[in-house]
Write a protein that binds this ligand. Structure first.
Ligand code: SF4
Length: 396
């Protein structure tokens, strides 16, 4: 375990007001990459094999760092959270959070369930970096992420519901991506304006040790050369950049596909606009007595929807993303026509997302869950909104 004594002594002297976050390592390698390494991933050049400390050991290291330096903010430098930690590590972390206010940052896979996200939050993991990388099923498959676009949207909604701060990037330029992938992504963006946007929308990098680097021909990658950054960084001290570089430039046949390039650049612009206009909780719901209250202040309009059963129950059933046939089976006492009409209305209003990933369409309920207290905040914003155009009641 590192000894930061000198560092903290200097910080105390020179910058007494700053908050220091202590890095801590609970595992090395990647359990996902060990099974199926993401195509672009060049982390863990020496060994991707996942090795992890015991929960007791990590907890005792945190306690010791806290006692020595009084630090209450920790950053896990792990590539990925150990799924066993939900059972073994988080209960101890929760005690440290509740007793001393110790908080954590972790990198996670984006397929965590709603209750796992809640459990992270309750254990003091207040900030995560999630391996989302894309919101399109085809591209995620090309990347070998082991997740789907719908799952990623659901994950972002649930992080927002639990107040877990999530950092992630969207990558463009994945070998094999198509114009249609960007058309689908562009169709998706208007539905998810109320969810945390990506921190970055960046081109996929070709990293040493990645599957792309190790087997470029398989992915149609040609003309691999060290990034032009290296001569700048090293100022002519060497010309052996092929050996030295970690990041490389490359060419793809699709580089000259005008249609693809146009859709991609429109997607990047719309994604940037999402980042710039995101204003937090603009589509929320809360349960109050027998009703589901949905407040929507997106797109410069303000709307309230009140759903009573069975509409309320169908909406909540779609929290996990359900196929049309599942919904009809679960609500067999309601006519299929009525269910279809309700779903159509919710889709039109961008409250339910229809997900067509090449399989039967799945419907995902999009609003972020908030307490009635937070709902009042959104209602206040609604009341004071100059652009308040519409208040609607939908009951069934
Ligand atoms: S990108 Fe993340 S999840 Fe994928 S193999 Fe690398 S470390 Fe593992």
């Amino acid at each position: 375990m590192p000894d930061y004594t000198d560092y903290f002594a200097q910080v105390k002297k020179e910058m007494p007001d700053i908050t220091v976050k202590i890095p801590i390592e609970s595992s090395r390698g990647c359990w996902w990459g060990q099974k199926c390494q993401c195509s672009f991933c060049g982390l863990n050049g020496l060994s991707i094999r996942y090795r992890t400390k015991s929960a007791e050991r990590v907890l005792s290291e945190i306690r010791r760092q806290f006692e020595h330096y009084g630090a209450t903010e920790f950053i896990a430098v792990d590539n990925i959270l150990n799924p066993l930690f939900f059972r073994t590590f988080l209960p101890g972390l929760r005690q440290l959070y509740e007793r001393y206010g110790i908080t954590f940052f972790y990198e996670i896979k984006s397929n965590l369930t709603d209750s796992e996200i809640q459990s992270l939050n309750q254990s003091g993991v207040k900030e995560v970096q999630a391996g989302i990388e894309n919101l399109n099923d085809h591209v995620l498959k090309l990347m070998k992420k082991g997740t789907s676009g719908l799952e990623n949207v659901r994950f972002l909604r649930d992080c927002a519901s639990h107040g877990l701060q999530v950092h992630y990037s969207l990558l463009w330029g994945t070998p094999g991506e198509t114009r249609d992938d960007y058309i689908s992504l562009r169709r998706l963006i208007p539905y998810i304006q109320h969810l945390p946007p990506p921190k970055h929308i960046v081109p996929v990098a070709l990293a040493r040790f990645s599957p792309y680097f190790n087997n470029p021909g398989k992915y149609g990658i040609r003309n691999v050369r060290p990034s032009p950054l290296y001569p700048v960084l090293f100022g002519g001290m060497t010309d052996n950049y092929d050996r030295l570089a970690n990041i490389f430039n490359f060419d793809l046949d699709s580089d000259n596909d005008e249609g693809l390039n146009m859709e991609r650049s429109s997607f990047i612009d719309e994604g940037q606009a999402w980042r710039e206009t995101y204003s937090g909780l603009s589509l929320v719901y809360s349960e109050f007595e027998e009703m589901l209250i949905i407040v929507d202040i997106r797109y410069g309009a303000s709307k309230v929807f009140l759903l009573a059963s069975p509409a309320k129950d169908i909406a909540l059933f779609c929290l996990k993303g359900q196929t049309d046939s599942n919904i009809k089976k679960a609500f067999s006492d309601i006519s299929e026509d009525e269910i279809e009409k309700f779903l159509r209305r919710m889709v039109e209003k961008h409250i339910v997302l229809p997900w067509d990933g090449g399989r039967p369409v799945r419907y995902l309920f999009l609003p972020v869950q908030v307490s009635m207290e937070r709902m009042h905040g959104t209602m206040d914003a609604l009341r004071s909104g100059e652009e308040c155009q519409e208040k609607k009641t939908v009951s069934s």
